[in-house]
Design a protein around this ligand. Structure first.
Ligand code: R5P
Length: 205
């Protein structure tokens, strides 16, 4: 199945084929997103397999002196620890209530750019950062592209415990390390992994 396969892409008609893994592609879009980071910004640091690469890149640029005077607001404990280990200065929304730019991932993206988020269990802080940021960049890869939100056969974490009790459903609150609650948002700045899109030509390889 193409989603599970390594991707075979040609960077130009003359150069040899290059094999990109799924993780390589996540890194490419994450690095592209980090190009929007400027000196002096307050940054929302997202929590996802894609955003992880963005945080790494921010740390790398800081170390190289190519980025200065930024402060990060992590959206989860795991991102907090990652950023700390990279020497990224951190703060919180109490001290920095306005976030200039947030970079995060998403679980699902439909053709109208509606998003589904929250399966990685860090949604509360993600929501708070998203609601205060001036610019929100969501980085996704081909795994996340769906025809319609909620159509993928994955668990859908909800906080609507009481709403479904009458129907005999029992809600389970998931904790850190699992997936917690979803939300759908739209009208965001959005970078689609173009490399992955192109790779569809190689579907079946
Ligand atoms: O709660 C988690 C966030 O909304 C994540 O951004 C989302 O679950 C995507 O994470 P991943 O890229 O690790 O699947």
């Amino acid at each position: 199945m193409w989603r599970d396969a390594d991707l075979l892409l040609s960077s130009s008609s003359r150069s040899p084929f290059v094999i990109f893994t799924q993780d390589d592609l996540k890194k490419i879009v994450a690095y592209k997103a980090v190009e929007y980071v400027k000196f002096g910004m307050v940054l929302g640091l997202g929590t996802s397999s894609n955003a992880k690469h963005a945080v790494n890149r921010i740390g790398e640029l800081l170390l190289q002196g190519k980025l200065k005077d930024i402060v990060g607001i992590p959206t989860s404990k795991i991102t907090h620890e990652q950023a700390l280990s990279l020497g990224i200065p951190l703060s919180d929304l109490d001290s920095h209530p306005v976030v200039n730019l947030a970079i995060d991932g998403a679980d699902e993206v439909d053709p109208f750019l509606n998003l589904f988020k929250g399966r990685s269990g860090s949604l509360l802080r993600e929501k708070m950062v998203k609601n205060t940021c001036k610019k929100f960049i969501v980085i996704v890869d081909g795994y996340n592209l769906v025809n319609y939100i909620g159509g993928v056969d994955w668990p859908c974490p909800l906080r609507l415990r009481k709403l479904f009790e009458e129907a005999g459903c029992v809600a389970k609150l998931r904790t850190f390390g699992e997936k917690e609650e979803p939300y759908v948002t739209d009208n965001v700045n959005f970078i689609v992994d173009l490399y992955f899109k192109r790779s569809r030509r190689f579907e079946g390889c």
